[in-house]
Design a protein around this ligand. Structure first.
Ligand SMILES: [Zn+2]
Length: 404
């Protein structure tokens, strides 16, 4: 597997080169980024010295207006130093870009990149599902993100720790598990909440995956259990790729700038971007009412429905809460860790948390839904009493079981 990826990276490097913007997303030794050099990669001054894992941004001076020439000279051989100093002036606010040398205008289109790589790597069987990435009508940036994820080219911590053993491998979004692509985009409490909060209410714990390629394949060809109709598949790919994109952005924001993004912010961002792409590309986004009629249903008018879910892990569990109004719009999506590995207890914790949130929301009609019938049967009476006392007896409360 490693040699396969290494080969693919080399072949990609023959046509694609990174154009330095902020330099934050380009790895000095891994990525192709110096146009004037063979394979666009710089060479070290001393080939025997261990190579430190660095982003190109770390080669710049403090205010990011120029190279840190001392450091550049210390790390690279003469040819590389000259070529790096020749790189055109960048704007630190710009994003790093790809340029593509197999097209006349130097613009990398996702399709041309894939074609070239596929042509050169004739001995690599290319999964048809992955080939579909380029046929979708999502933005090229999202296609590239999916492809990098599928090809294991994202610099997640598990990849980086192969080069820098001192790097903290723990996921910055949950502070619990080691960060790899499967954890970050599928198993992390934040990922679970986002997938569960989307209009298809996908429970990631019911679809375990072992690598990121599988995840992208599932996105391109969703399992029947998710109840996605053929006319809604494009909308699903759009929303799914936005979830993956926003998780990566949120993770980078935390790693590079120490900023936290709230679940509500991410949910809203995904909804807004989804609508924008939908308008720009005429991608069908079927209203939630046409999806999963047999499972999740919108609450009655003016009622708030709170769905709760628990996923049991090896050392802790994650619970997620998603509240939607009578139009099916998400108004709240949160997740947290709970200190139990007993499924029933985790489900009960989720329902109890949903009840506390419901009490704080101060709405007139609330429906709390869980897929744990046992839990619901046991606590329905007690919780109704508790909530009635918290809400002052004016509200209508209903507890339901979501059949999946
Ligand atoms: Zn995590």
């Amino acid at each position: 597997m490693h040699s396969f990826l290494f080969k693919r990276k080399n072949e990609a490097a023959q046509g694609a080169c990174r154009l330095v913007g902020s330099g934050e997303n380009i790895l000095v030794w891994e990525d192709p980024w110096v146009l004037e050099l063979p394979l666009f990669r710089p060479q070290p001054r001393n080939a025997h010295e261990p190579r430190q894992c660095l982003a190109v941004a770390q080669l710049m001076n403090h205010d990011r207006t120029d190279w840190n020439i001392g450091l550049v000279k210390q790390l690279f051989n003469e040819d590389s130093v000259r070529a790096i100093l020749n790189i055109p002036k960048w704007f630190s606010g710009n994003e790093d870009k790809w340029i593509w040398l197999h097209s006349s205008n130097g613009v990398l289109t996702a399709k041309s990149a894939f074609k070239q790589i596929a042509k050169e790597a004739y001995d690599i069987p290319i999964n048809q599902s992955l080939g579909r990435i380029w046929k979708t009508r999502i933005h090229d940036r999202l296609k590239m993100h999916l492809w990098r994820l599928a090809a294991d080219l994202l610099p997640t911590k598990d990849t980086l720790t192969r080069f820098v053993s001192s790097l903290d491998p723990i996921c910055v979004l949950c502070d619990q598990e080691c960060e790899d692509a499967v954890h970050l985009f599928w198993d992390c409490p934040m990922a679970r909440a986002l997938w569960f909060g989307c209009r298809w209410s996908i429970r990631t714990d019911q679809f375990p995956i072992t690598n990121a390629t599988q995840l992208v394949i599932m996105l391109m060809s969703p399992p029947n259990e998710w109840g996605i109709k053929s006319e809604d598949k494009e909308g699903f790919i759009l929303i799914g790729s936005l979830i993956l994109d926003q998780i990566w952005k949120c993770r980078n924001l935390k790693v590079h700038e120490g900023c936290n993004a709230s679940m509500e912010h991410l949910e809203r961002r995904i909804a807004v971007l989804g609508s924008e792409y939908h308008l720009a590309n005429s991608i069908t986004l079927c209203p939630p009412s046409t999806v999963k009629k047999t499972c999740w249903q919108k609450p009655p008018i003016n009622c708030l429905k709170i769905n709760c879910d628990a996923a049991v892990g090896n050392s802790y569990s994650s619970v997620a809460i998603v509240a939607r109004d009578w139009r099916g719009t998400v108004v709240l999506a949160v997740s947290q860790k709970v200190n139990t590995t007993i499924p029933l207890q985790a489900e009960a914790e989720a329902i109890a948390w949903a009840s506390r949130i419901a009490a704080n929301l101060g709405v007139d009609q609330i429906c709390i839904e869980s897929d744990s019938k046992t839990c619901m049967d046991h606590i329905r009476g007690k919780l109704t009493m508790l909530l009635m006392s918290l809400l002052g007896g004016h509200s209508e409360i209903d507890f339901g079981v979501l059949l999946i």
